[in-house]
Design a protein around this ligand. Structure first.
Ligand SMILES: Cc1cc2nc3c(=O)[nH]c(=O)nc-3n(C[C@H](O)[C@H](O)[C@H](O)COP(=O)(O)OP(=O)(O)OC[C@H]3O[C@@H](n4cnc5c(N)ncnc54)[C@H](O)[C@@H]3O)c2cc1C
Length: 471
């Protein structure tokens, strides 16, 4: 880092909030993806004004700045692929306001998802997006990636709850978007433009979110199916039943086999396990919904249906689904967790496609995910020290994206584009859409300093994933 710029950055954030230590640089070089690249330094601002001053300096010097929350992203979104400054927002972690009367909360971007949830609980309220990384991921990261979770089908994703933002633009100007009102059609929807923009257009410095009253009751059940076709029909029929479950999760055969080999859960080795949860404000309400869903399962040749009688039994039914990621992550030296999403009626076709790809590429791919919104997580397991397996993994990912797009789906329902999916943006978005996205990037960030090298936004890279190394 240039000495003059270093002194100026320290003057803005203070000595304690500036780092070049090797340990920190290595930590900042990773997120939860397979990519890595070291920055030159890290700064940890505490206020919006400090963020603005840091960006003014970076804009003047044309130096890259990469916003970072908790670094749990799975697509290399927070990797400082072109070096420069990591803007670590984890110390901007104050919950500024809980306003039950107006059903909203105002937070700084470094607040951890679960910390907001825990503060809302005594009021009987919750913030619904519910990413599985909620124990550690930050609300700034959740906004920048439009995070979603298990309850997406019924409650939507982060995008549906952001009322307004304070955003620092790449040149240091401070922009306020949206309002505290529940509805607004005033001007362009700038809030939504920033949600999911992966830190490429501006730095989110304050977030106003809508909150919901927490349903007081849930019912949980599990069904297993020997045949993928029957399971697929059951899922489609649930959609016709008039009920929107609060969770509708699936585990495919490969995932069940892998969990059995690595735990004592002794799961049935079937084509599909479906876990369903209904929620409401009374027990009667949730049971009414659950009966309708179970009637659907019964019509579609299940091997078994289990219904939880109490919370302990419900937790037991959830165990297999909740253990999937961690169990699979330990099975090989490396893995890639995809998050392709298709219209619900194409889930079975996607699962068949995954089986075909696994066979063709001779790789283990275990699938689980959120059937309620068509968002599946095929987890590709491979040995990252074996170049042949790495090559086959890359091919399998590409095959998967092609299958998802052919099935009217999308590259990513949760984890974003970042570096991992940048080369495939043009599979999903036509030339006009790419031109508009690149034009927006140029408008907000003419020097391309904010999180450069991501989302195929640079004309010259034309969908290339940049120069990050795979670890
Ligand atoms: C075990 C595990 C489970 C996961 N489960 C889910 C899940 O259920 N649903 C889901 O959606 N994702 C999930 N993820 C992915 C990840 O947790 C989410 O993408 C999360 O929103 C990232 O938050 P973060 O604070 O870690 O952000 P980071 O990884 O630090 O950053 C992610 C992106 O956001 C940008 N960014 C961060 N903060 C700001 C800011 N204040 N302003 C502008 N840009 C910013 C970064 O530049 C980067 O582009 C999971 C990840 C893991 C490891």
């Amino acid at each position: 880092m240039d000495e003059k710029l270093k002194r100026e950055l320290i003057a803005v954030v203070g000595k304690e909030q500036y780092t070049e230590s090797l340990l920190d640089m290595v930590s900042y070089s990773y997120d939860a993806s397979e990519h890595s690249h070291r920055p030159a330094c890290g700064v940890l601002p505490r206020t919006t004004e400090q963020v603005a001053e840091v960006l003014k300096l970076a804009h003047r010097e044309k130096i890259p700045v990469v916003p970072r929350g908790a670094g749990t992203g799975l697509s290399g979104m927070a990797i400082p692929v072109k070096g420069g400054i990591v803007l670590d927002l984890s110390r901007m972690n104050e919950i500024l306001e809980i306003n039950i009367e107006n059903r909203l909360a105002v937070v700084q971007p470094g607040v951890v998802y679960d910390d907001l949830q825990n503060l809302l609980a005594p009021y009987g309220f919750f913030f619904p997006p519910d990413p599985a990384s909620g124990k550690v991921s930050t609300l700034g990261g959740n906004v920048a990636t439009n995070a979603g979770g298990l309850k997406g089908a019924k409650y939507g994703t982060t995008r549906d709850y952001v009322l307004g933002l304070t955003v620092v633009l790449p040149d240091g100007r401070i922009l306020k978007t949206g309002s505290r009102a529940m509805k607004s059609v005033s001007g362009y929807d700038l809030t939504r433009l920033f949600v999911g923009s992966e830190g490429t257009l501006g730095v989110v410095a304050e977030i106003t979110v809508k909150i919901n009253p927490r349903p007081a009751a849930t019912s949980t059940a599990l069904a297993t199916f020997d045949d993928l076709g029957d399971a697929g029909n059951a899922l489609t029929e649930v959609m016709h039943s008039g009920i929107i479950p609060s969770a509708l999760e699936i585990l495919g055969r490969e995932a069940l086999l892998a969990i059995n080999r690595n735990t004592d859960l002794a799961l049935p080795e079937v084509d599909m396990m479906i876990l369903v949860e209904t929620d409401g404000y009374t027990r009667q309400e949730t049971e009414f919904q659950m009966e309708k869903v179970i009637a659907v399962f019964q019509r579609n040749n299940p091997r078994e249906i289990k219904r939880a009688k109490n919370q302990k039994e419900a937790d037991e039914l959830w165990r297999a689904r909740k253990s999937a990621y961690a169990v699979l992550a330990r099975m090989k030296t490396h893995f890639v967790l995809e998050d392709v999403t298709v219209p619900m009626s194409n889930i079975t076709a996607l699962l068949k496609g995954v089986q075909h790809i696994a066979k063709e590429r001779n790789l283990q791919i275990a699938t689980y995910g959120h059937a309620g919104d068509g968002n599946l997580h095929p987890q590709i397991l491979y040995d990252g020290y074996d170049p042949d397996q790495v090559k086959r993994m890359e091919k399998a990912s590409e095959d998967l994206f092609r299958v998802a797009i052919e099935l009217d789906g999308t590259l990513t329902g949760e984890h974003g584009i970042g570096l991992s999916k940048a080369p495939f943006m043009t599979l999903e978005h036509d030339a006009v859409a790419m031109e508009v996205m690149r034009g927006l990037k140029r408008f907000f960030d003419p020097h391309n300093i904010l999180n450069p090298g991501k989302m195929a936004l640079e004309d010259e890279t034309s969908g290339s994933a940049g120069s990050a190394e795979r670890s």
